[in-house]
Design a protein around this ligand. Structure first.
Ligand SMILES: Cc1cc2nc3c(=O)[nH]c(=O)nc-3n(C[C@H](O)[C@H](O)[C@H](O)COP(=O)(O)OP(=O)(O)OC[C@H]3O[C@@H](n4cnc5c(N)ncnc54)[C@H](O)[C@@H]3O)c2cc1C
Length: 502
């Protein structure tokens, strides 16, 4: 065994990111004899939001051997099949970004191209008529996928809405049961090694010193280790994504839980609605240049479906990412590594993706520079693709009813996004990059939803016989409709599968 292998690791922060890291590293690395310590300060507290996820969260849960039903009950979770975007394109307009596949490629022709051509000829209906997840959202239905591969019900793709604090609490118990030592206390000083600038130790308010071979910074926006100690630097993306504040508030449930997140565009930002078993999570993400805090507060409270059940919580952030997510012997995760607004529920995903890539590139005590650089390159690219995807929702709006939306229409676009929009506008094509989080169909839904119409249909679609295409699409639509109709109502599924918390 390498005598320089990591033997000890310290995590600073016990928010969702810290406990996700502790649980995952305990599961995968404890068998190697690594000791793991997590330090958190009750006095500082956590952000405590982060309730909507995307499907890869289930890979995280399953990779730890956690029983999905158990964590659903413990975190009072509901199921999520996608997101509805209301009033983003224009007032009164709504579109869905459903998870999973829509239709199937025919003779190598992408489904979107086949559909677009048939749609232009007037022979078929809306794209989301061919998505089982979209149809289930419209009818408030949910079930897990069935085993039979030939059925559309096999392709059901879902994520969760959960109470982030309860989720973190569950992971804490999991991590502690696997040997993670938790210390309560404020880290007051970070000491670096003079010879290489690596982190040597942390000093807590109690005076105790904690040394480790490697440190994970999950300390939230401030980046106690990665920024305050290592001065890594932050790429500020406010010029592209100008929202910089949020107010979050919980409300009483107003009816059965919807199997999707709702994101409604407002005068100076947008509002989320996330249904949980016991309450609804709400928040208004807005740009302080276009709304003061009082107006944002009033806007949020006026847009609630049920009575507020907790005090509204204001939050401030700067969109962007750490110049290096991993610097020397410190990896940053969660808010310490960067922040992209929760429009497509990507933050927690970036935490477990970071953990997965870290495990693939597990260093020894020297943290070879090439290894660290590789991680940082992967993460720079992942952040940028998500940034582009979020920005697409803002720049391609027709809204001109407020200063904020007029400003968004004129926002500069990174070349990577401009090129993507032009490619789509030409023939309805999306060419994915390596390791891209959102699949081609996600981009197509949002491009089309935001009102971008391809000028031409894909010439490859001319290979298909139009009569045959329209028959196949007709049958597909009928089958999808029947499958969606046969699914139980979301609330009934939770109840009959004993997934409701006791
Ligand atoms: C408005 C908003 C909405 C969001 N919605 C979503 C969503 O729907 N989906 C999603 O995936 N993500 C969402 N996120 C992101 C998500 O909330 C975070 O990614 C997640 O909560 C992780 O936060 P964290 O653990 O990095 O930081 P925090 O929750 O801030 O935790 C920081 C931890 O560090 C500790 N700490 C800090 N300083 C010290 C110190 N000196 N000594 C000891 N301990 C210290 C604190 O005690 C705390 O335990 C949202 C974020 C915001 C702001």
């Amino acid at each position: 065994m390498n005598p320089d292998r990591l033997r000890s690791l310290a995590i600073v922060g016990g928010g969702t990111a810290g406990w996700m890291a502790a649980a995952s590293l305990a599961h995968f690395l404890r068998p190697l004899g690594l000791s793991i310590r997590l330090i958190e300060s009750d006095a500082i507290g956590t952000v405590g939001v982060g309730e909507a996820t995307i499907p890869p969260i289930l890979n995280f849960i399953r990779s730890l051997g956690i029983n999905e039903d158990e964590i659903i009950r413990a975190s009072r979770a509901t199921f999520k099949l996608g997101i509805e975007f209301r009033d983003w394109t224009r007032l009164g307009h709504s579109y869905l970004h459903p998870f999973g596949a829509t239709g199937f490629d025919m003779e190598g022709v992408p489904f979107y191209s086949t559909w677009l051509k048939a749609h232009r000829q007037g022979s078929v209906e809306a794209l989301d008529d061919y998505s089982l997840m979209a149809q289930a959202i419209r009818q408030g239905r949910f079930m897990r996928p069935i085993a039979a591969r030939t059925s559309p019900l096999h392709g059901i793709t879902y994520a969760l809405h959960f109470d982030a604090t309860l989720f973190a609490r569950y992971l804490r118990a999991y991590a502690e049961a696997r040997g993670v030592i938790r210390s309560e206390g404020r880290v007051e000083r970070v000491t670096l090694k003079p010879e290489n600038g690596f982190i040597d130790s942390l000093t807590l308010a109690s005076g105790e010193t904690v040394s480790a071979d490697f440190f994970i910074d999950c300390s939230g926006f401030r980046g106690l280790l990665i920024e305050e100690a290592l001065h890594t630097g932050y790429e500020d993306w406010t010029n592209w994504l100008p929202c910089d504040r949020a107010i979050a508030v919980q409300s009483e449930s107003a009816g059965p839980p919807a199997p999707h997140t709702l994101a409604t565009a407002r005068e100076a930002g947008w509002q989320w609605r996330i249904p949980l078993q016991h309450r609804t999570g709400n928040g208004y993400v807005y740009c302080s240049g276009f709304s003061d805090d009082e107006a944002a507060h009033a806007r949020l409270m006026a847009g609630l479906d049920g009575k507020a059940s907790a005090e509204p919580r204001p939050l401030r952030f700067t969109t962007g990412r750490r110049r290096q997510s991993w610097n020397r012997n410190c990896l940053s995760l969660g808010l310490a590594s960067g922040f992209l607004e929760p429009l497509e529920s990507t933050s927690l995903h970036l935490v477990h993706r970071g953990l997965a890539v870290f495990l693939q590139l597990l260093p020894d005590r020297h943290c070879a520079a090439a290894n660290t650089a590789r991680y940082n390159r992967i993460f720079a690219s992942e952040y940028e693709r998500i940034r582009d995807f979020l920005l697409l929702h803002y720049t391609q709006t027709e809204r001109d009813d407020s200063d904020f939306w007029r400003y968004c229409r004129a926002l500069p676009k990174p070349d990577s996004l401009s090129e993507r929009i032009e490619l789509f506008r030409a023939y309805g094509r999306i060419q994915p990059e390596d390791n891209e989080l959102f699949p081609v169909q996600s981009w197509q839904y949002v491009m089309a939803g935001q009102g971008i119409m391809p000028a031409q249909t894909d010439p490859m679609a001319d290979r298909l016989d139009p009569g045959h295409v329209s028959q196949v699409l007709d049958e597909l639509r009928t089958v999808i409709g029947q499958c969606a109709g046969a699914m139980p109502l979301h609330g009934d599924f939770l109840k009959h599968n004993k997934l409701l918390y006791a």
